[in-house]
Design a protein around this ligand. Structure first.
Ligand SMILES: Nc1nc2c(ncn2[C@@H]2O[C@H](COP(=O)(O)OP(=O)(O)OP(=O)(O)O)[C@@H](O)[C@H]2O)c(=O)[nH]1
Ligand SMILES: [Mg+2]
Length: 193
């Protein structure tokens, strides 16, 4: 087992220009309910980001310091959440895209895709948009525990192909069971180094 990340809450804001300074930053994006906040909590040693069964829980950019590295992790509101009020929905995507284009210390965008459901239309547009804008991204497939063991190889090939990445580049994780977390922590340390 790798050591949990020492995550400390710094700020939650809807203003990119009010985010705390960072030496290097990794952001977690993905549709609502895919497990972004759960993943951050599981990477650390305590619960720092609020989680909910109903989509739309995270509504601001949540900034967390990663130990003494000077690096930060950022939790985002999810996209593709039809039940959020229109005004809120209209606000989130521009906020996230502004953040992605303007945030100087950004070194990696983790695009979370539900491992059970596979990439949605929104996930695929997000990936295409990131590539068009030359932003570094890594696909992380969540909820590995929900995929039947007999289906895992097939699902891994399908998900990767639909995200247009080689299967070995997709990181599969389960926040619930802890699988895949040591490998992801190692990558996080590399990206922040
Ligand atoms: N089985 C299982 N459930 C998970 C896992 N990760 C998250 N969940 C569940 O998925 C639901 C949504 O989790 P969140 O972490 O709040 O999702 P989110 O992407 O932050 O959602 P928003 O903040 O609404 O964008 C919760 O009920 C979690 O318990 C996992 O690895 N396995
Ligand atoms: Mg959340």
């Amino acid at each position: 087992m790798s050591k949990p990340l020492q995550l400390e809450f710094l700020a939650a804001t809807d203003r990119v220009d009010r985010m705390p300074d960072s030496r290097a930053e990794i952001v977690v994006v993905g549709r609502s309910n895919v497990g972004k906040s759960s993943l951050l909590n599981a990477l650390g040693s305590k619960s720092v980001a609020p989680v909910s069964k109903s989509p739309g829980r995270t509504q601001t950019l949540g900034c967390f310091a990663v130990g003494k590295t000077g690096g930060t992790l950022v939790d985002c509101p999810g996209y593709g959440f039809a039940k959020a009020p229109q005004a809120v929905r209209d606000g989130w995507l521009p906020m996230i895209t502004e953040y992605l284009l303007a945030r100087e210390p950004l070194v990696m965008v983790l695009v979370l895709v539900d491992g059970e459901i596979g990439p949605t239309v929104d996930d695929r547009s997000m990936l295409n948009w990131l590539r068009e804008n030359d932003l570094p991204c890594t696909v992380v497939a969540t909820k590995h525990d929900k995929v039947k063991p007999s289906m895992r190889d097939k699902r891994a090939r399908e998900l990767a192909s639909r995200c247009a990445v080689p299967p070995e580049q997709v990181l599969w994780v389960s926040a619930a069971k802890g699988s895949g977390l040591p490998a992801l922590r190692e990558r996080i340390h590399e990206w922040l180094a």
